[in-house]
Design a protein around this ligand. Structure first.
Ligand SMILES: Nc1nc2c(ncn2[C@@H]2O[C@H](COP(=O)(O)OP(=O)(O)OP(=O)(O)O)[C@@H](O)[C@H]2O)c(=O)[nH]1
Ligand SMILES: [Mg+2]
Length: 646
């Protein structure tokens, strides 16, 4: 195990949880001195509405950051935004009331989010008799038995008298010291929980940095809005820093972004590092005490990070999921979410609004399988249970002949850039995937399929067009399933190097292909060539030449085109062709004339070649195009440094 996993985190985030009025905010204030109920409405009503933040600094450098959440059932949505990034849960239960509905709901949410550890504060002990306290304690212990908090410390406290507070603080610090630090090698991600303006600085966002690092001057993007900005300043629990890292409550001052452009639920990450998606695949777990089974296409409230989005759940391979059950599902979201596979999410029913389940995201850019296809089940099972290498291979298998860029794989796997590079290198070494270049990969099966398809297409083309030298590269690519440009280019390079295909200009053919003419075809081809060679500067039209050989056709005739493809006949203009040798003779005469006389006009050209305007004008334009001559008014001179001048 790497050393850093053995060491302890320097920043640990604790979230409160528990029923309304059970004393969460009072406890946070008694521990830290900070009153986290800041809003006037919170003061007036004496309840917490939105998240509050405070922190404790231990003498050994450990910082415990506390997110205080509301207990009111109407604000569970805010509670969810607060507990997404926490390491430890501090479940607050008032000794006089004991376990209440949001005690259970918050506990279920923390379980669904896979919070690893925590403890219970039994508050308001000044209001109950010792015997009663023991009863409540037993009751709470029973509630926790089947959960991640089984056997955790249950500490009696009174925020009013201060009793039990030192013990609670010691126990909390002890628990925090057991939290392993988060890795910083993943793509930085900060789910935003607050946005505000600071006079003289502009927009500031806060959140718990879920992964990676953020530094001053970093170029970031606000997802899913696509807004880009630079980090102007950073604060971690009230101190300015140059860099923040995974696990820290972080405030980020963003350059040139309006406060109104950002909302809770948005995610801050490096530009281009993540994808936003309206379709995600996931495991789905329905709570034992959910009021009813989930049915296919049920509308639910989907919570991930600090986001809440309405969604329809499509169950995979079943039409209903009963309480306590689990399945695979695809969420069709009504607004894009920004997340990574491995993230835990929570769902609440549309009405009544209560927490009913959650699960783990498996794919944030899923392939469009048919829902009931067993292929989708196999695919999701692999994403859930496969090794990281198998997961990367599976994604590439799904992208088929298009392959995938490393950046795409980064945005749809949770491994971080360095680990991903290692995984991809290992897969390439084992032959499971093929690297188009260091940034683009394709699955071996897709690569083999594309190769087979391309060769089959070439064979079929030659069979259908025995007199054509090859197929245009672009046409071949589009027929081969419109293969991705770079993937196809690499395939041709490999096939050429192996001597299987040849390409000339933009034409591709099988190396084994050669044009075989029948004696009759050969007679026509030879006849055409002889005719044009003989005609010199006054060639016939294609129709005429073919007609003289007893063949009906235009320049598009395959035998005529054979001579064009071979560059025996050259096109000067529209359907005016010259024999290559005749054209060379003409060019020599022209250049000789110009060397001597310096320029030439249409009339001189007619005399020089003994032809009419019909040939003279196109020829003069042709040699301009060939960069032999250059036009000056009605006359031509040799192009300085041109093809023929040097
Ligand atoms: N006697 C006594 N009263 C307490 C104690 N802790 C909190 N209270 C009182 O209980 C009431 C609710 O306390 P809060 O701290 O606001 O409760 P909360 O859990 O934060 O409530 P929400 O955030 O709205 O869910 C207040 O009137 C507190 O003064 C305690 O230990 N003893
Ligand atoms: Mg409160």
């Amino acid at each position: 195990m790497p050393a850093r996993l053995m060491s302890q985190a320097t920043h640990v985030v604790v979230g409160t949880a528990g029923h309304i009025d059970h004393g969460k905010t009072s406890l946070v204030k008694a521990l830290t001195g900070t009153d986290t109920d800041r809003l006037p409405e919170e003061k007036a009503r004496g309840i917490t509405i939105d998240l509050g933040f405070a922190f404790l600094e231990e003498p050994d450098g450990l910082t415990i950051e506390i997110v205080d959440v509301p207990g009111h059932e109407r604000f569970v949505k805010n509670m969810l935004a607060g507990v997404g990034g926490i390491d430890l849960a501090l479940l607050v239960i008032a000794a006089d009331e004991g376990v209440m509905p949001q005690t259970r709901e918050h506990l279920a949410i923390c379980s669904l989010l896979r919070i690893k550890a925590g403890m219970v504060a039994l508050t308001k002990t000044d209001m109950v008799e010792p015997d009663w306290l023991e009863l409540v304690k037993d009751d709470v212990a029973r509630l926790l038995e089947p959960t991640f908090l089984a056997g955790c410390p249950i500490l009696p406290v009174s925020s009013k008298t201060g009793q039990g507070l030192p013990e609670l603080r010691t126990a909390l610090a002890e628990l925090a010291r057991q939290v392993a630090p988060k890795g910083v090698d993943q793509t930085a991600r900060l789910p935003i929980d607050r946005v505000f303006t600071v006079k003289g600085f502009g927009t500031v966002i806060t959140g718990t940095l879920g992964a990676g690092r953020v530094a001053v001057d970093d170029r970031m993007e606000i997802y899913p809005r696509g807004l880009q900005s630079k980090v102007r300043g950073l604060q971690v629990h009230g101190h300015a820093v140059t860099q923040a890292q995974a696990g820290q409550r972080t405030a980020v001052n963003l350059q040139g972004i309006e406060r109104v452009a950002i909302e809770r639920g948005d995610v801050l990450a490096p530009a281009g590092g993540l994808v936003s998606s309206v379709l995600v695949d996931a495991t789905v777990e329905l709570l034992e005490d959910a009021p009813r089974p989930i049915k296919m296409r049920d509308r639910v409230r989907f919570h991930v990070g600090t986001q809440e989005v309405m969604a329809r759940l499509l169950l995979v391979g079943q039409t209903e999921l009963s309480q306590g059950g689990r399945a695979y599902g695809r969420f069709r979201l009504e607004a894009p979410v920004v997340a990574l596979p491995g993230d835990r999410y929570v769902i609440r029913s549309y009405s009544p609004i209560i927490t009913i389940g959650g699960g783990t995201l498996l794919d944030v850019a899923p392939p469009r399988f048919k829902r009931k296809a067993p292929a989708l089940l196999a695919h999701l099972t692999l994403l859930e249970t496969g090794t990281p290498g198998q997961v990367v291979e599976e994604h590439l298998r799904q992208t088929g002949a298009a392959g995938a860029r490393l950046a795409d794989l980064r945005a749809r796997t949770p491994f971080g850039p360095e680990r991903l590079r290692e995984l991809v290198d290992a897969l390439q070494q084992s032959g499971a995937i093929v690297g188009v270049d260091r940034e683009w990969y394709i699955h071996r099966a897709a690569s083999d399929r594309l190769r087979g398809e391309t060769l089959a297409l070439l064979e079929a083309f030659h069979a259908d067009n025995p007199l054509r030298g090859g197929i245009s590269r672009e046409e071949l690519r589009s027929r081969a399933g419109n293969a991705q440009e770079r993937v196809f280019a690499q395939l041709l390079t490999i096939l050429e190097a192996a001597g299987v295909v040849r390409s000339e200009k933009d034409q591709v053919r099988l190396a084994a292909h050669s044009i075989r003419l029948s004696p009759e075809q050969q007679r026509v081809v030879d006849g055409l060539e002889a005719d044009f060679r003989r005609a010199g500067a006054t060639p016939p039209s294609p129709e005429e030449a073919l007609g003289r050989l007893g063949v009906k056709g235009t320049e598009r005739h395959e035998l005529f085109q054979l001579l064009v493809a071979d560059r025996r006949l050259l096109r000067v203009k529209e359907s005016l062709y010259f024999h290559v040798e005749a054209l060379q003779t003409i060019q020599d005469k022209l250049v000789g004339h110009l060397r001597e006389k310096k320029d030439i006009g249409p009339a001189d050209m007619k005399d020089l070649l003994g032809v009419t305007r019909k040939y003279a004008i196109p020829l003069m334009e042709y040699f301009d195009g060939q960069r032999v001559t250059v036009r000056q008014g009605e006359r031509r001179v040799l192009r300085p440094g041109g093809t023929a001048a040097g």
